[in-house]
Ligand binder design. Structure first.
Ligand SMILES: *[C@@H]1O[C@H](CO)[C@@H](O)[C@H](O)[C@H]1NC(C)=O
Length: 213
């Protein structure tokens, strides 16, 4: 009984000291930075838990090598993990979330190649403006497209505010053609945006990845 309590205390401390991480296994990770005014909700079918995080923050979704190797042996080229990405209107109180403040409800997924190497980390920045996703850190456009990334191929505007706005959705063919030049795409319509994260998004991350490729 005493040992059990001790283990429980140790386990709780372990949980408390961890940064916002949405999985326990991290042999290979996809690490998206999500901007302010957005929220990621991932329902894990294995643990039954909902992992719900509000931006701006960096998330980390991981896989263990055994899962990846087994999928590769079954002939699967990719692993998928769906999540919902909610985008709130400018001025929303992100500490007191209101359903009526949601503008877009996006259906997204992590996609990880089964040809990765243990220790690979795919770091990306998500944005509600084009180019929507960009590699950051040591991740290059090429390693992202062949290793790990996020797509949001479906999504709806569920508020009068966004009825004339472009839904921020993209699919795998967009990732295959991804180029830093997409940052030059002018915004056709006003979008709710966290200006700080948009600024980071279009300067440092893009120039880093084009230098290293
Ligand atoms: C977002 O859409 C999904 C279906 O795609 C739905 O299950 C979910 O309830 C929606 N969330 C909100 C907050 O509207």
């Amino acid at each position: 009984m005493f040992l059990q309590s001790l283990a429980l205390i140790a386990y709780s401390c372990f949980l408390i000291t961890f940064p916002p991480t949405v999985s326990a296994t991290n042999d290979v990770t996809i690490e998206p930075h999500i901007p302010g005014l957005t929220r990621s909700i991932l329902h894990s079918s294995s643990s039954g838990e909902d992992y719900d995080f509000t931006g701006p923050t960096t998330l980390q979704w991981g896989w263990d090598m055994q899962t990846i190797t087994r999928a590769a042996q079954r002939g699967e080229k990719w692993l998928y993990q769906p999540f919902t990405w909610l985008i709130y209107q400018v001025g929303s109180d992100m500490k007191d979330l209101l359903e009526s403040d949601i503008v877009f409800n996006m259906s997204c997924q992590y996609e990880l190649s089964t040809k990765i190497t243990q220790g690979d980390r795919f770091q990306v920045e998500l944005s509600i403006k084009e180019p929507y996703i960009a590699p950051i850190g040591n991740t290059t456009p090429d390693s992202m497209a062949h290793g790990g990334y996020i797509i949001c191929p479906e999504g709806i505007c569920q508020n009068d505010k966004c009825k004339d706005w472009k839904v921020p959705k993209w699919d795998r063919s967009y990732i295959e053609l991804w180029s830093p030049k997409q940052t030059a795409t002018p915004m056709p319509t006003p979008m709710p945006a966290d200006e700080t994260s948009v600024a980071q998004f279009s300067s440092a991350p893009i120039s880093q990845s084009s230098q290293s490729s």
